[in-house]
Design a protein around this ligand. Sequence first.
Ligand code: PA5
Length: 478
Amino acid sequence: MADYRRKRWRGEMAVRVDVNGALDALIGPGGLQAQDLESLQPRVAQAHDRLGARRSAKELRFRDLPYEKREVQKILELARELRSEVDTLVVLGIGGSALGARALYQALCPPFHDHQPGTAERGVRLLIADTVDPSTFGALLDEVDPHRTAFNVISKSGETAETMSQFLIVRERLLRTLGAVDYSRHLVITTDADAGALRQIVNDEGLRSLAVPPGVAGRYSVLTAVALLPAAVAGIDVTELLAGAAAMDERCAAPSLFENPAYLHGAVHYLAHVARQKTVQVLMPYCDGLRGLADWFVQLWAESLGKAVDVDGQPLHGGQTPVAALGASDQHTRLQLFAEGPNDKILTFVRVDDHGARLDVPRGYGDLESVAYLGGRTLGDLLNLEQRATEASLAALGRMSTTLHVPRLNAFTLGQLFYLLEVQTVFVATLHRLDPFNQPGIEPGKRLIYGLAGRRGYEEKRAEVEAWMQKKNPRYVI
Ligand code: PA5
C-alpha cells in the first residue's frame, strides 16, 4: 500500500474512547461531573511528568516495545523457520506468558482455527496450554503429532512450577518419540536473556531461544517475543500490531486527559472507584474475537493494581476488581445483576463498528411481528444495536459505563487496544501511588507450593501448610 494511503487508512482505524456513559449528563446524579475530571487535571499532569521521567530512565520498558525493530526481525526469522517445519505450535506457559498469545490468536485468526492442524493455506495452528489439569494437558498431547509439532516454552523467570512440569513431560515424550538428536528441533524457549533455569537449559543444550526484554513483567509482555512469536507463526501481521501500538503511543504522549485516551479512560475509572465507589469494573466486548483480550486485561489490571500498600508502604485498597463478560451472551446471564444488583460497577463496552464477516438474517414469518422485525438485518448490526440498547438501558438506571470504539478488528486496531489498556493501567497505578509491576501477594503461595511439592530448602513451608490443615474442624466438613 502506498504510504499516504496507509496513513489515511490508519487514521480511519483509530480506536476511540467514549466516557459519556459515566457522566451525570447521561446517567443522572450518580455520574461524574465535568468538574470532577477538570479538578483531577493537576494530578494528571503530575502523573504525566512522573511517567515521562520513568520512561526516560528506562523504567517503563513496555512503552518502547513498539519500536524494537531488531528483536522483531529475529522473531520473524524464527517464525518463518517454524512455519516451514510444523503444522502446530503448542505454547507452554501460564498467566502473562500465555494470555497475550491467546488474545491475539482469538482476535486475528479465524474462529475454530485450532480445531485442525495447520496447512499451507491456513497457516500453523496454535494450542495454548496454560494448564496443569492432567485431563486437558494429556488430551492436548494426544491430539498433536510430535513430528509436526513444535513446543514454545515461555517463562520469564524460567522456573514457574506449571510451565516447568509441562516442559518436563513434553521433553520426555519428544525424546522417546523423536530421539536425542531430533527432539531439540521441536523446542523453542522464550525466557530471560541471562537468568533462570530455562536459560541455563538453553545454553547447555543449544536450544533455539528468544529473550524476554529485561524489566517487562509477564502481563506487559504481549508486544515481546512472548506473544509475538506464536502470533507470527500463526500468520498474524505483528508489524502492523506494533504499528497500532506505536500510533496509540503517539496519542498517549498528550499531557491533558481530554486529549490522551489512556488518561481519560483511566481517570474515569479512577474517579468511579474513589469518588463513586465503583469497586468492580467489567470489560464487555461485543465481539467473540475479543474474549481473549478481556481475559488478558483482567490479569493486567488485577495483578497490577491489586496491592495492599502504596510506594511508601502506606495501606491502601488498590484498584477495582476486574471482570470479563461478553456481549450479547452475557445479557442473558449477568446483565440483570449489572442493572439492578449492587451499584458498585462500571462497565466498559468494546464495540466493533464493522465485523468484517457479513451474515444476513433472511426475512420470514411476516405475520409474526416478534420474529419478522429481525429479517433484512445483518447479524453484525444486531450485535451492535444490542450493545447500544444495553448501554442506554444501564444509563437510564444510573449505571456507569464507557465504550471503546473499534472501527474494525485487525492487527492495527488490536495493537492500539493492548497499548491503550497497558498505559491506562500504569497511569491509574500512578494516581493510586502503587507499584504496578510487582506481585507480592502471590509469592507466599508459590513458596507453599514449593514446600508441598518437596523442593529442597522449602521444608518449613510444608510444615506450615500441615499445621494450618490441623486447624480445620472436621465438624465443618460434611
Ligand atoms: O504477569 C506476570 O508477571 C505473571 O502472570 C507471570 O506471567 C506468570 O506468573 C508466569 O510467570 P513466568 O513467565 O515467569 O513463568
